[in-house]
Ligand binder design. Structure first.
Ligand SMILES: C=C(O[C@H]1C=CC=C(C(=O)O)[C@@H]1O)C(=O)O
Length: 421
């Protein structure tokens, strides 16, 4: 049940706030979704609604939506994130107020000082490629026939010479019209600590091309992506990369596993579920992806306990685009082999209102920002015939949007003269 928060969390910057964050003009506990189909911005925290696991979330979702009415002065809206690992705590809360859709944008005209960076790959690219090789061997092994796909992630830990502004980062990321920018305030690291505007509150900030689930009335949709190729500056080479992706048997199989799993999970609660047989191409500024839009109508939209956008997202999350298939076996492998906990990377970020409508996006192409550090994450779907070097290169390309938004390219160029990251 919700824990009431009596403190005024949405207060103006404190005297000891860091100058860069003050310039950013970022309201406390700002939650933002900003994309071609989604414009939502909220500030403050009226009540924490749920910090249990995703495993129990679908069963609790009806109660959580009821709890929204207990705070009538706040918008009847649940916002927040589900972590990658279903056993880890979610962070779902009712905000204090809605902001105008672009009310989160930094207003200060003052240029921020350029930051200098220390960057470390965790794990290293070589170690990541070794993990991919091991995973592909397991997927080929006759004893593991049930395991069809494992998604493996890696991270870049970056340390800046000054505070990183979540608002400015989000503003730069939303320059790409094909993605949905998001900012998720994360629970403060120490129990009971309250983050106010201007302090180094932890955030997950990113720009995702992937829709986990949206629901408006009885109509639902999901748009999984899987199968990727880097965009290239030369037009002809770029068109070839796109063509090559569409023809790639490995990528089409990797994609199909995701689409089939989502369709199987949605089918029991839907009528007229439309599942295209052939994936379309989805383009972002830095990547080509295979994508499929799945659409349907809920059989019982009035049954909020099972068919709210929150309940449906809780069942779907994480799909084989982020975890693998079957989910439990792949999750087990990831827990045993990945060296950096994913936190909310590979989870979902979104909202649900008291009527069950809402949208949940896959939390990829993001960084966990805290003070002067940012941890960037990227993953790739591993199949039995995956090439470890290609998967490492694919994850490197998936970092590019965030690298550009943080202005890391120059620092990376120096590092990559010694060895590719
Ligand atoms: C895991 C990520 O991407 C997923 C989404 C699109 C394509 C993917 C792929 O081709 O492997 C991944 O499944 C990521 O961006 O970190």
């Amino acid at each position: 049940m919700g824990i009431p928060m009596h403190q005024a969390l949405d207060r103006p910057p404190q005297a000891n706030a860091t100058p860069a964050a003050q310039m950013a003009d970022w309201p406390a506990q700002a939650f933002v979704l900003h994309g071609p189909n989604e414009r939502l911005a909220t500030a403050g925290l009226a009540q924490v609604l749920y910090e249990g696991s995703t495993i129990d979330l679908a069963d609790r979702s009806g109660q959580l939506l009821d709890a929204l009415r207990a705070q009538p002065q706040a918008p009847a809206l649940l916002v927040g994130g589900l972590p990658f690992d279903r056993a880890k705590p979610c962070h779902l809360f009712q905000p204090q107020r809605r902001l105008p859709p672009t009310g989160w944008r930094p207003t200060a005209a003052k240029a921020e000082p350029a930051l200098s960076w220390r960057i470390e790959a965790q794990p290293t690219r070589t170690r990541y490629a070794r993990m991919v090789r091991e995973a592909a061997e397991v997927l080929r092994h006759p004893d593991h026939r049930a395991l069809r796909k494992i998604v493996l992630a890696r991270s870049l830990l970056t340390q800046a010479s000054g505070p990183i502004s979540a608002a400015r980062l989000l503003e730069r990321l939303t320059g790409d019209q094909a993605v949905t920018g998001y900012a998720l305030p994360l629970p403060a690291p120490q129990a009971g600590s309250i983050s106010s505007a201007g302090t180094a509150a932890p955030y997950l900030v990113g720009a995702t091309p992937e829709l986990l689930l949206t629901r408006r009335g009885p109509v639902i949709a999901s748009q999984p992506l899987a199968g990727s190729s880097r965009r290239l500056p030369n037009q002809v080479a770029d068109a070839e990369a796109r063509e090559h992706l569409q023809q790639s048997a490995k990528d089409v199989r990797e994609h199909r596993v995701v689409v089939e799993t989502i369709a199987d999970m949605l089918a029991p609660c839907c009528r007229n579920l439309q599942v295209p047989k052939v994936p379309a191409i989805h383009a972002t500024a830095s990547m080509w992806h295979l994508g499929t839009r799945i659409e349907g109508q809920l059989k019982h939209p009035e049954d909020l306990a099972t068919t709210s956008s929150l309940a449906l997202a809780a069942r779907l999350q994480p799909t084989p685009a982020l975890c693998g298939a079957p989910r439990e076996e792949a999750l087990q492998w990831i827990r045993q082999h990945e060296t950096v906990p994913r936190g909310f990377f590979g989870g979902a970020v979104g909202w649900c209102d008291a009527e069950g409508d809402g949208s949940w996006y896959v939390a990829i192409r993001c960084a966990h920002i805290e003070g002067e550090s940012a941890r960037l994450f990227a993953g790739a779907g591993i199949m039995a015939d995956s090439d470890p070097e290609q998967e490492a290169a694919e994850t490197r390309a998936k970092f590019n949007a965030m690298i550009d938004a943080l202005d890391l390219a120059a620092a990376l160029q120096l590092l990559e003269r010694q060895a590719p990251l």
